[in-house]
Design a protein around this ligand. Structure first.
Ligand code: UD1
Ligand code: CA
Length: 455
């Protein structure tokens, strides 16, 4: 006997008004469907079966290969969708989830599975009281409080609509019973669909117990049917992620205006300011300051790093380094410890070793910069000749004066100096001073002679 999940994701989601199938819309950087799969897996599910239909190929491509999919050609309802997985259902415990409910947590799923097992139910539905139940199926209980049926809003009477307890669209079933009950579903409702909700009275009429597991955290079962709900769910998940980091010792100055994806790790005593966007496989160390409007994507940041209003993509930054304001680290920039990358400095595909400084207005592209190197203001690594990108090497302790062009490929030997304003086109030996600019000439009395005095 296995624990399996059937995740319904074949619908189009018309109310999203999107070219993208609904379940592929992202919440905090990850598709809604993937959030649901993650929660199911963490709750102990051994096999996930996703029911796909609308834009099936796109959805399949978004999934890892171990996820099984079944195809529902026509979206004839949630009950019909589960029928598509009929052959995968054995004497298992089956958890049914909707791909459009990304806030569900493993804890709630585990609690529900426990409740299902302990109550010896053949079917259990997860419910919650919603402040605004509009759009959801309502839970109708009998006088003893047991589940009688679930009524869709479209099929509900005025009185039924006033019920605030709603169906989450999450259920668990005894596999054998589910198989026996599925063929008994009918589509005699306002939508002409096979509703999965109708299976609960069917199972009860077969003489089995059905359970209702009501969760207190109604936010967990919110589903996304529109862009407005997508934003609501995004805000809840963002808050949830921020809360977890704060609990772990991170200061987040303004959580509502900070965007952190689930995949990001942050060390203790780091402070995150408003407008920070931290995404992908990003790991930030301890005691860092991530300043306002900084964007860090798929990058590793050491301890004690300060990033001010800067963008860092697929790069690494060593301990005690400062970045910005307004610096741009493009992919594959590996910056060492105690480095300063100052205002309006762009770095791409380069290594910058410990204690080096590029304080102002430089472009460092395709370079290996050694230790304790000074890159003056306005230095440009001229890495592109119109055809190829070329690499430059700047060895340890080199001093590059302001407004220098380093035309790649070029090697500047250890301890060398480059005079400001130079355009360097060939290598500089170790310990040498290179000056590559026209000598200054002063023409005495030239202004008067030309009658150009501006007084
Ligand atoms: C469904 C429930 C409702 C519940 C709500 C919770 C039914 C009849 N209604 O309504 O009681 O309160 O979810 O969010 O079950 N899907 C398929 N194939 C289909 C139809 C739907 O795979 O033929 C998938 C959709 O892609 C979606 C999920 O099932 O991921 C739910 O479908 P949706 O149309 O959003 O159902 P609701 O009307 O919201
Ligand atoms: Ca829905």
């Amino acid at each position: 006997m296995k624990l399996k999940a059937i995740i319904l994701a074949a619908g189009e989601g018309t109310r999203m008004k999107s070219k993208l199938p609904k379940v592929l819309h992202k919440v905090c950087g990850q598709t809604m469907l993937q959030h649901v799969i993650d929660a199911a897996k963490k709750s102990g599910i051994e096999e996930c079966i996703v029911v796909i239909g609308h834009e099936a190929e796109k959805i399949k491509r978004s999934l890892s290969s171990e996820i099984k999919t079944v195809f529902q050609e026509k979206q004839l309802g949630t009950g019909h969708a589960v029928m598509m997985a009929y052959d995968s259902i054995k004497e298992d415990t089956i958890l049914v989830l909707c791909g459009d409910g990304p806030l569900i947590t493993e804890e709630t799923l585990k609690d529900m599975l426990d409740y299902h097992k302990k109550g010896d139910f053949k079917a259990t539905v997860l419910t919650a009281d919603l402040p605004d139940p509009e759009g959801y199926g309502r839970i109708i209980r009998d006088t003893e409080g047991r589940l009688q049926k679930i009524v869709e809003e479209k099929d509900a009477t005025e009185e039924e609509r006033s019920i605030r307890e709603i169906n989450s669209g999450i259920y668990c079933f005894d596999g054998g019973t589910l198989k026996d009950a599925l063929p008994k579903l009918r589509n005699n409702n306002s939508q002409g669909e096979y509703y999965l909700t109708d299976i609960l009275p069917v199972i009860r009429d077969m003489g089995f117990g059905t359970g209702v597991y009501k969760t207190r955290d109604y936010e967990e079962i919110m589903a996304v049917n529109s862009r407005e709900q997508l934003a609501e769910v995004e805000a809840i998940m963002r808050k949830r992620i921020a809360k977890k980091h704060m609990k772990d010792g991170v200061t987040i100055i303004n959580p509502e205006h900070t965007y952190i994806e689930k995949t990001v790790t942050i060390g203790v005593d780091t402070t995150i300011y408003a407008g920070a966007i931290l995404t992908g496989d990003t790991a930030i160390g301890e005691d860092c300051i991530i300043g306002q409007n900084s964007r860090i994507e798929n990058s590793v940041i050491g301890n004690g790093v300060e990033v001010q209003s800067s963008t860092i993509i697929s790069s690494s930054v060593g301990d005690s380094t400062t970045i910005g304001p307004y610096a741009y680290l493009r992919p594959n920039s590996n910056v060492g410890k105690h480095v300063k990358i100052g205002g309006f400095v762009e770095v791409k595909n380069s290594k910058i070793d410990d204690y080096s400084r590029a304080s102002h207005l430089s472009y460092i592209g395709d370079a290996d910069v050694g230790r304790n190197v000074n890159i003056g203001c306005g230095v440009v690594f001229v890495n592109y000749d119109g055809k190829d990108k070329n690499r430059s090497i700047i060895e340890d302790n080199v001093f590059v004066g302001s407004n220098v062009n380093l035309v790649a490929p070029v090697v500047i030997g250890k301890d060398g100096y480059i005079a400001c304003g130079s355009t360097i086109t060939s290598g500089v030996p170790s310990g040498a001073l290179a000056i590559a600019r026209a000598r200054q000439e002063n023409k005495e009395g030239w202004v008067d002679k030309k009658g150009l005095s501006r007084e």
